[in-house]
Design a protein around this ligand. Structure first.
Ligand code: PGA
Length: 237
């Protein structure tokens, strides 16, 4: 069974989600999750898991205008939270410490954490991807993680939204490296590793069959129900 995760980013209004849900009827045993913008999290009852794309560094409630806490998400039936997506790291400037704090808050509230890591193009070209990703994991992995509560998403920044998918060899090599790093950072924990970055209905089957790939995180191709459904069913076709 694979994990197929969609990430709508800052897209969609309730009418879009209603229309999407009307035609999204995958026939699959894979585990499906959809990361929606906050206003859509409760817009529609879902047949699968719903996740938030971010959450507050602050716990509980209080005078933190504009923030949404892990407990609030949990109370809405949200079961997962994404932490450290590359857009949050590189566009919004979130560092490893902040990502770690958010992940720890999410776990404390009972949410499953998708911890995103991945190198930029210049890092890959300099041959330092392994060291870079290892450092990201070491510094942002939540200290309160328990077995099965965290999934790592490997998303090379240069592959996100660019149509430039990582090669299967590159994916297999990095997933093996991450697995190795996790043995040291989170000994004894069973941690799935998913790939993200320009996954489409056309390349999903090959990626899902790649060694060490437990699932995919899909941005652009999750916005339309047809392609996302194909991705959900890709390894079973
Ligand atoms: P993409 O985005 O599939 O559009 O490349 C992936 C992601 O950012 O999670």
């Amino acid at each position: 069974m694979k994990m197929i995760l969609g990430n709508w980013k800052m897209n969609g209004v309730p009418a879009d989600l209603w229309a999407w849900s009307e035609s999204f009827k995958p026939q699959t045993n894979n585990e499906i999750g959809l990361f929606l913008p906050y206003p859509l999290l409760n817009a529609q009852p879902m047949q699968f898991k719903v996740g938030a794309q971010d959450l507050s560094r602050f716990e509980g409630s209080g005078a933190f205008t504009g923030e949404v806490s892990a407990d609030m998400l949990k109370s809405m039936g949200v079961s997962m939270a994404m932490c450290g997506h590359s857009e949050r790291r590189h566009v919004m400037g979130e560092g490893d410490d902040l990502v770690k704090t958010k992940a720890e808050n999410a776990l404390r509230a009972g949410l499953h954490v998708i911890l995103c890591v991945g190198e930029k193009l210049e890092t890959r070209e300099a041959g330092s991807s392994n060291a870079y990703v290892e450092a990201q994991i070491a510094a942002s992995f939540p200290a309160n993680a328990a077995d099965g509560r965290v999934t790592v998403a490997y998303e090379p920044v240069w592959a996100i939204g660019t149509g430039k998918v990582a090669g299967e060899d590159e994916i297999a090599a990095m997933h093996a490296h991450i697995k190795d790093v996790l043995k040291r950072v989170a000994p004894g924990q069973n941690i799935a590793i998913v790939y993200g970055g320009s996954v489409t209905a056309d390349n999903a089957a090959a990626i899902l069959k790649t060694q060490g790939v437990d699932g995919v995180l899909v941005g652009g191709a999750s916005l339309k129900p047809g392609p996302f459904q194909k991705i959900c069913e890709a390894d079973e076709a």
